[in-house]
Design a binder for this molecule. Structure first.
Ligand SMILES: Cc1cc2nc3c(=O)[nH]c(=O)nc-3n(C[C@H](O)[C@H](O)[C@H](O)COP(=O)(O)OP(=O)(O)OC[C@H]3O[C@@H](n4cnc5c(N)ncnc54)[C@H](O)[C@@H]3O)c2cc1C
Length: 375
């Protein structure tokens, strides 16, 4: 039996687990390594914040999938990859030998080395951090008492906009209706990587929910109860949510693996790491040499999943690998926390209740597909 190790149990690797369940990885002993047994689906996290979904609806039980498909689940983190001996070193000190391995461990938030950020901010990446978020919000509301709660969301991309809007709904439900929510972004508009129309719709939704913006603004430092902006202005804050962009996880440089200039794992169009036979990668953690501008978005991680499954099987069976070309644009559906969603694709953007119904249908369908593996 060949040893196949999957590092990370997120968007990309769910498809490899599905392929294993369908018997598409014959002659393989599969091990799944993840520090989290419960894999939270980021697309539904804003809906969870809002109160639309409970935790079970937005999460996948990785050990149960592993049990059902005869794989081993190792609750641990990868610390280093040794390519000569084909060994994965784990945070716990253990090791796992492999014939083939795939690494899809997502990214880490940008800006965490700024003073105070690692200590005082609340993160949504890795996405499982969301598990501690609701108790924290409830505690912050309790501590604020009759005073207006002040929440600062740093990062005005899709995640920051959705989090600010759905948090407003949650705070209203908790009775903290006078909360002051401020969204901070380094670019001139929110959703800087989407179309102008999409940004306008987001601005309108933020206005309707009285969410203040401070755009073209950097953060210099944060403390337990404040955010200091570039230029010196200080915003008082009871809760600081950090929803910035994606940086590379340290694993690749620590292992001396090929990376791009930012430290993301370099892969070719077959999602294989050049020069290291048997090592593959996908999702936010990788940079494709043939398409370096591929956005760090779940949509792409999802598209890479079936290619990873196919190419891992092909590599282990000595068959030729298939090549993957990322699509130019992608459909984004942003939950605005008021029963509506913004739909955007390329230059097209629109919003409405029907868009939220569409988002709900797509997201629930995604979850059903993988929860069915152990139902
Ligand atoms: C609030 C929010 C909402 C979002 N909504 C959307 C959306 O609607 N649409 C969209 O396209 N994108 C969305 N994204 C982005 C999306 O979450 C990522 O692009 C996607 O998760 C990347 O998938 P992945 O497979 O690379 O990694 P992930 O799905 O993040 O999975 C990474 C896995 O690796 C594990 N891991 C991490 N470190 C290690 C380690 N050292 N060793 C072993 N395992 C490890 C993690 O525990 C996890 O199991 C959103 C992000 C956020 C924060």
């Amino acid at each position: 039996m060949k040893q196949l190790v999957l590092v990370g149990g997120g968007h990309s690797h769910l498809f490899v687990l599905e392929a294993a369940a369908q018997g598409k990885l014959p002659g393989v002993e599969l091990t799944l390594v993840s520090p989290e047994a419960r894999q939270v689906y980021s697309g539904m996290v804003p809906g969870y914040l809002e109160g639309r979904y409970d935790l079970d609806a937005i999460s996948i039980d990785l050990p149960r999938i592993a049990r059902r498909i005869g794989a081993r689940f190792v609750e641990d983190g990868a610390k280093r990859v040794e390519t000569e001996s084909r060994t994965l070193h784990l945070e716990s000190g253990g090791t796992l030998p492999f014939d083939a391995a795939s690494i899809a461990i997502g990214g880490v938030p940008t800006g965490t080395t700024l003073p105070g950020v690692a200590h005082h901010a609340t993160f949504l990446k890795p996405i499982n951090r969301v598990l501690t978020l609701l108790p924290k919000i409830e505690e912050t509301v309790r501590n604020a008492g009759p005073e207006s709660l002040r929440v600062v969301v740093v990062g005005a991309g899709a995640a920051g906009v959705e989090v600010a809007l759905t948090l407003r709904t949650r705070l209203d439900r908790l009775g903290a209706t006078h909360s002051i929510i401020t969204l901070i972004g380094a670019s001139h508009t929110v959703l800087h990587d989407r179309s102008r129309k999409a940004a306008e719709l987001a601005e309108q939704a933020l206005d309707r929910r009285e969410i203040t913006r401070r755009m073209a603004t950097g953060v210099e430092e944060i403390g337990a109860d404040y955010v200091r902006l570039t230029g010196g202005k200080v915003l008082p804050a009871d809760l600081i949510l950090w929803t910035t962009g994606t940086d590379a996880p340290p694993l690749f440089r620590a292992s001396g693996l090929p990376t791009d200039a930012k430290g993301f794992l370099l892969v070719d169009d077959t999602l294989a790491v050049p020069g290291i036979p048997g090592l593959f990668g996908g999702g936010d953690a990788v940079s494709m040499a043939t398409a370096p501008k591929t956005p760090k978005a779940g949509v792409y991680a999802v598209r890479m999943g079936p290619f990873l499954a196919r190419n891992l099987a092909a590599h282990l069976a000595g068959r030729p690998l298939a090549s993957y070309t990322p699509q130019d644009t992608f459909l984004a559906l942003l939950n605005t926390g008021d029963g509506r969603a913004i739909l955007s694709r390329g230059q097209l953007a629109t919003s409405g209740r029907w868009a939220m119904r569409l988002k709900d249908r797509i997201d629930r369908g995604f979850m059903r597909r993988f929860q069915r593996l152990y139902a």
